[in-house]
Design a protein around this ligand. Structure first.
Ligand code: IVH
Length: 671
């Protein structure tokens, strides 16, 4: 059943009302109670949907719609302070195109302007205004709704990086703006403490920073060890460039960002943005993008303000890793081991820079736990290259009649019966000859990390299976040029290439071969461990389940799976056919355990000189290292390539030795 996503006015009205209630609930939670249930980007996504529906049906816009307001309300407990000049916010841009459009618009308004830029990091904290009179801090206020904020002077005075009186000769009146934030390590320590006390955990450092400033006991603020970076002098008439303002702030004794950069054009801005998107995990605090200012203050002022944002600056945000969308259907996919995986078909939505239209729901238990139904609005998470996931359902947005998912009792591909494993939540098609399993198994066999048959892709495999030329991986080695030429869209030359590619992989190392077989639970790390321990295929075939289970990192379930695989009639026949068709499985050689990584447990993150992850692992193993995939106290070394993930921060925290890409590549070049 497909969820109806086409909106007429009646259904739009219903959806608008529900969206407003949901947004209002999260707004109150966040801005008034300093609590958070869903991420900012998920909430933005809901607002975006509401905005679009209201654009489609403008007569449904009401004065109290969340789209008609900006900013938070001042807390009643605090005295109100009217800002002498409104605290503006920045327009967000998410792509290079949007950034270029911004410059284009400004050039049209002021063609004679100077379009060089000044970039700084956009710290994920809360904005603060600090007023000094005769060099002494007299008032500190939050942004509030932009016009009126809360008087939080006493709390602010506990922050050590904010000077209570300014250095040197001070102007009579000085108003400075900046960002208050909490470092990640302080946040982690605080949450550890909460956990010990059995109290709820804080959602993120920004929330805690905001909560610490907007509460009535300044002793609590003092205990939270907050920081402040300043970025703006409100009366900036005397400065020519944005950087001059930073220099003046430093002279007065304020902290400013250490990672600023003057950028000659938007290409330089793009590089700065890309660099910090990559390196954001190396900072002690969260950032959610970079702020791009027109560096020349004259141009900046001349461009003026539109609504609540200055035209001369934008926030160039990092792609949001969460968004909301609607589940239009739930399909079931059959994998190479026969596992049935429910997949959510989503109304396409942009997350982390790509359009997402499918998300795995893992298994039936996971669907029950999250209670995902067709028609539900869900929060989707996607970070980097990670497969998109459904984080949670927003039940208040559920339409009536939203259907619960039920795992089919028959395989959707071959119709064979489906069993649910005793020890897991996984449902499996029992038919080893199931077309879906055959196809997925073959696609795995030819993939780069398995037998690496270049040019033999999923489309060709599908065709070969469809016309009955190939039923299993051993059949690939029996293919002739004539078989390929007879296929649509293949000429002599391309057929030659395919056959060459297959024949070129007629010798496979034992580790690769075991991995390529696609045995359930056997990844490349396990396959290599098996090869290193048993050295020949014949040895593995005759090893008992118990012996297989004690190989490094294998364990009982995996040992059983390998044992049962090689005992099966299917495997016996397949091995014979491999031999008949000329495949040679090379015995493993005993690896001399001496080498630079000898005895070390090594983890790898990021890309290294264009090598695949398996190639990197092989280089490390050759030199005596043992590979694992997660950083723990037992890790001996973390090799860090380009665009590393969160493993770096974890390794730093645990004091694990780190090796950079340059050093690693130098080592593997040495004999
Ligand atoms: S400049 C017109 N620089 O981002 C506001 N803002 O809407 C000019 N922020 O509310 C702000 N880091 O709280 C600027 N380096 C930075 C910043 C920064 C964080 C916050 C600020 C503002 C929001 C943008």
């Amino acid at each position: 059943m497909l969820y109806d996503s086409v909106m007429n006015k009646t259904s739009a009205k219903k959806r608008i009302i529900k969206l407003r209630e949901e947004i209002e609930y999260h707004r109150h939670l966040y801005h008034v109670l300093d609590k958070q249930e869903i991420s900012d980007s998920a909430l933005d996504s809901l607002k975006h949907e509401l905005f679009q529906l209201e654009q489609q049906f403008p007569d449904l816009i009401t004065k109290d719609s969340p789209t008609q307001r900006v900013g938070g309300e001042p807390l009643k407990e605090f005295e109100e302070i009217k800002h002498q000049q409104p605290m503006l916010s920045l327009e967000d841009v998410f792509s290079l195109e949007e950034l270029a459009d911004w410059e284009e618009r400004n050039r049209k308004i002021f063609p004679e302007g100077s379009f060089k830029y000044y970039c700084e990091l956009k710290i994920d904290g809360l904005a603060i205004e600090l007023r000094y009179c005769d060099g002494v801090l007299i008032e500190a206020s939050t942004r509030g709704d932009g016009k009126t904020g809360e008087n939080v002077t006493e709390n602010i005075k506990t922050i050590e990086s904010i000077p209570l009186s300014i250095n040197g000769k001070a102007p009579k009146e000085l108003t400075v703006r900046g960002e208050i934030y909490m470092n990640q390590d302080q946040f982690d320590a605080l949450n550890k403490e909460q956990e010990k006390l059995g109290k709820p955990l804080y959602a993120n450092p920004r929330n805690v920073a905001a909560g610490s400033i907007r509460q009535l006991d300044s002793k609590i603020t003092a205990s939270r060890k907050l920081h402040c970076v300043t970025y703006d002098i409100v009366d900036d008439g005397e400065f020519n460039k944005h950087n001059d303002e930073h220099l003046a702030l430093q002279k007065y004794g304020f902290r400013t960002s250490a990672q600023t950069e003057e950028c000659i054009d938007l290409d330089a801005v793009a590089k700065y943005h890309a660099r910090w998107q990559r390196k954001r995990d190396s900072l002690p605090h969260w950032i959610d993008g970079v702020v791009v200012f027109i560096d020349d203050n004259k141009t900046f002022r001349r461009l003026g303000v539109v609504g609540k944002t200055p035209r001369g600056a934008v926030a160039f945000k990092f792609p949001a890793e969460e968004a909301t969308t609607v589940v239009e259907d739930i399909l079931v996919q059959v994998g190479r081991t026969g596992a049935l995986t429910p997949v959510a078909v989503l109304r396409p939505v942009s997350v982390a820079g790509t359009t997402v239209s499918r998300a795995t729901l893992h298994n039936e238990d996971e669907i029950r736990r999250k209670d995902v139904r067709v028609g539900d609005t869900v929060v989707i998470h996607k970070a980097g290259d990670i497969i998109p996931e459904v984080v949670r359902v927003l039940p208040k947005l559920r339409p009536s009649g939203a259907k619960e998912f039920k795992m089919p009792s028959r395989c959707p591909i071959c119709g064979a019966s489906v069993t649910k494993e005793k020890d897991g939540a996984i449902s499996r098609c029992v038919n080893k000859q199931c077309l879906a399993q055959q196809l997925e198994g073959l696609i795995h066999f030819v993939s780069r990390t398995a037998s690496d048959m270049e040019g033999v892709g999923p489309k060709l495999i599908e065709k070969l299976v469809e016309i009955g030329l190939v039923r299993d991986s051993a059949d690939l080695y029996g293919l002739k040029k004539a078989d390929i030429v007879s296929l649509e869209r293949f000429a002599e030359k391309s057929a030659d290439n395919i056959i060459e590619s297959i024949q070129g992989r007629k010798k496979l190392s034992l580790g690769r071969f075991i991995y390529a077989l696609g045995i359930q639970h056997v990844g490349s790390v396990t396959a290599t461990a098996l090869a290193e321990k048993f050295l020949t295929l014949a040895n593995i075939q005759k090893t008992s389940e118990e012996e297989l289970s004690v190989v490094g990192g294998v364990g009982g379930i995996v040992g059983k799976s390998i044992f049962e695989y090689f005992q099966s009639k299917h495997a016996e026949e397949l091995m014979k056919k491999f031999e008949r068709n000329g495949l040679l499985v090379e015995d493993a050689v005993v690896v001399k355990r001496a080498g630079i990584f000898s005895g070390k447990t090594v983890v790898v993150t990021g890309s290294l000189g264009g090598l695949t992850r398996d190639e990197v692992w092989e280089e490390i193993r050759k030199r005596g290292g043992k590979i694992t995939e997660t950083v723990s106290r037992k890790t001996g070394l973390l090799v860090v390539g380009e665009e590393p993930g969160s493993k770096v921060a974890k390794a730093q925290k645990l004091g694990v030795e780190i090796m950079d890409a340059k050093e690693f590549l130098k080592i593997i070049k040495e004999k």
